[in-house]
Design a protein around this ligand. Structure first.
Ligand code: NAD
Length: 503
């Protein structure tokens, strides 16, 4: 198998898709010849195959990162110049934005416009934001006694293993690469096996931007093989992971073997609360977006909606109208598509089984309730699901408690603020939460009471490179983005100085 394959995308781009593992700034085949097949979820047809790393390949990538960390071309590069390399990468991504968005739309199933505007917008702004931090991470000077003082250095953690999911392939990659590179670490990043293509094109841009060999190594590979090998490798100092809570538990156990520093971003079942005094049209607009955008494949999806009992019927009526008017299902290249196919057959089956489970548990389906079969023959095997709304849910139902990771929402009524805070916090998760009200006192009171890493007031899903992102409880450990995101990638060294030797 060659290391590049010429592809023509459904929207007419022609490009050479890299297929290798990107180690030391070169594409190389895997040692076993093992591959991953990328599939178009709208048609269920294969796009291309790429090499999948074995544990031996992971070792080569880690060795490259280990060497690069100690090489003067990176170690002694002033922060300002590191930042300049990152800014150049942002410019190159901007130059190739349409191609990168095309590949993610094709491989992931999300509408092209969404990939172009949202995913690429976020990926580029994140690397640009962190390029500015590269020369602004300082230590402190600490006065101690008359003859002594200390200072701190903020140094890179070292070789970082990064493992990312498939729902926002490039923005997840840049959320992790941005702060790691700004702080001078070296990286081995493993993409999700469901979306292996765009990160290899990004790898080419990393080389073009001028990063020294071995600073960023990009591998595809299966979680249990390549992911596990990366987490357990002795020369990896830190693991940063985004994905499911179950996998995060495994990673924590594996990382314990070598006492690695870890950051985890995991699942959620985020609440959205609509109080009686809220602007109902706004609440409906955002609550629809909060669960139905990105095919519902959002870790912060506001998948539990709580509506005050006096306005429940009106809210439901408006929510259903919004679904009919907005949630147009279709393929990635149709500009009118709001909801594309789910990423894989496995996710599609999982979501449909949750929908069946909800019916068996006795919840009421008020919209959707099954697969969506497009009229066109070409897309008849695509992984399309109807946006689905359940009401009459109870505390014990699995659709109410578990993360479905698809366009499925439960809506429940409440009577008092106290009751709805109890509902909202009755979850093992604590990622996002949203509150709709015009009462500013109530808005901030509830925001403070909710057990979540992020709260949106009169909004949902706002995300900004300048603002910390992460979860509490079983939604994660540590923060990404913003200044807080730098903490995950630096360690503080204290240097004690004695000026009193002549006394
Ligand atoms: P997953 O946990 O199965 O996979 C995520 C990544 O982990 C992939 O790269 C995979 O190859 C790797 N992996 C799997 N098993 C591994 C192992 N044993 N050791 C090392 N690596 C391993 O998740 P998924 O089901 O593909 O993705 C969906 C989940 O991710 C959802 O639960 C969602 O909530 C979560 N997610 C969270 C965030 C967040 O920021 N909190 C963002 C996106 C997705």
């Amino acid at each position: 198998m060659s290391l590049f394959v010429p592809l023509t995308t459904p929207n007419g781009y022609q490009y050479d898709q890299p297929r290798g593992l990107f180690i030391n700034n070169e594409f190389v085949p895997s040692s076993t010849g093992q591959v991953i097949e990328a599939v178009d979820p709208a048609t269920a047809l294969p796009i291309a195959t790429v090499y999948a790393a074995s544990a031996d390949d992971v070792d080569k990538a880690v060795q490259a990162a280990y060497k690069a960390l100690r090489d003067p071309s990176w170690k002694q590069l002033p922060g300002t110049e590191r930042g300049a390399l990152m800014a150049r990468l942002a410019d190159l991504m901007e130059r190739d934005r349409a191609l990168l968005a095309t590949i993610d739309a094709w491989d992931n199933g999300k509408p092209y416009q969404v990939a172009y505007n949202d995913d690429l917008g976020e990926a580029i702004s994140t690397v640009r934001y962190y390029s500015g931090w590269a020369d602004k991470t300082f230590g402190q000077t600490i006065s101690t006694t008359h003859t002594k003082f200390a200072y701190t250095l903020r140094q890179p953690i070292g070789v970082v293993g990064q493992i990312i999911p498939w729902n926002y392939p490039l923005s997840m990659a840049l959320w992790k690469l941005g702060p790691a590179l700004a702080c001078g670490n070296t990286v081995v990043i493993k993409a999700a096996e469901q979306t292996p293509l765009s990160i290899l094109v990004l790898a080419r841009l990393i080389k073009e931007a001028g990063f020294p060999a071995g600073v960023v190594n990009v591998i595809n590979g299966y979680g249990r093989e390549a992911g596990a090998a990366l987490v357990q490798h002795k020369l990896v100092d830190k693991v940063a992971f985004t994905g499911s809570t179950g996998t995060a538990r495994e990673i924590m156990k594996m990382a314990a073997g070598t006492l690695k520093n870890i950051t985890l971003e995991t699942g959620g079942k985020s609440p959205l609360i609509v109080f009686k005094d809220s602007d109902l049209d706004q609440a409906v607009k955002w609550s629809h977006f909060g669960i139905m955008s990105n095919q519902g494949q959002i870790c912060t999806a506001t998948s539990r909606i709580f509506v005050h009992q006096d306005i429940l019927d009106t809210f439901l009526q408006k929510f259903k109208e919004t679904l009919t008017q907005t949630s147009k299902i279709g393929h990635q290249w149709d500009e009118t598509t709001y909801q594309g196919p789910q990423v894989t057959r496995a996710q599609y089956d999982r979501i449909l089984s949750y929908i069946e489970l909800g019916k068996q548990e006795g919840a009421t389906v008020v919209a959707g309730g099954g697969a969506f079969v497009p009229a066109s023959k070409e897309h008849a095997n695509g992984y399309f699901v109807q946006p689905t709304v359940f009401t009459n849910v109870t505390d014990s139902m699995r659709i109410y408690r578990e993360e479905i990771f698809g366009p499925v929402v439960v809506i429940r009524s409440f009577a008092t603020e106290e009751e709805v805070i109890r509902y909202a916090n009755d979850s093992e998760y604590g990622l996002g939460a949203a509150v709709f009200t015009k009462d500013i006192e109530r808005a901030h009171r509830v925001a403070a009471e909710i057990e979540a890493g992020m709260v949106w007031i009169n909004s949902s899903q706002d995300c900004d490179p300048r603002v910390p992102f992460g979860g509490v409880k079983q939604s994660g450990i540590g923060r990404e983005l913003g200044e807080a995101g730098l903490e995950a990638y630096t360690q503080v060294k204290a240097v004690h100085v004695n000026l009193g030797s002549r006394l």
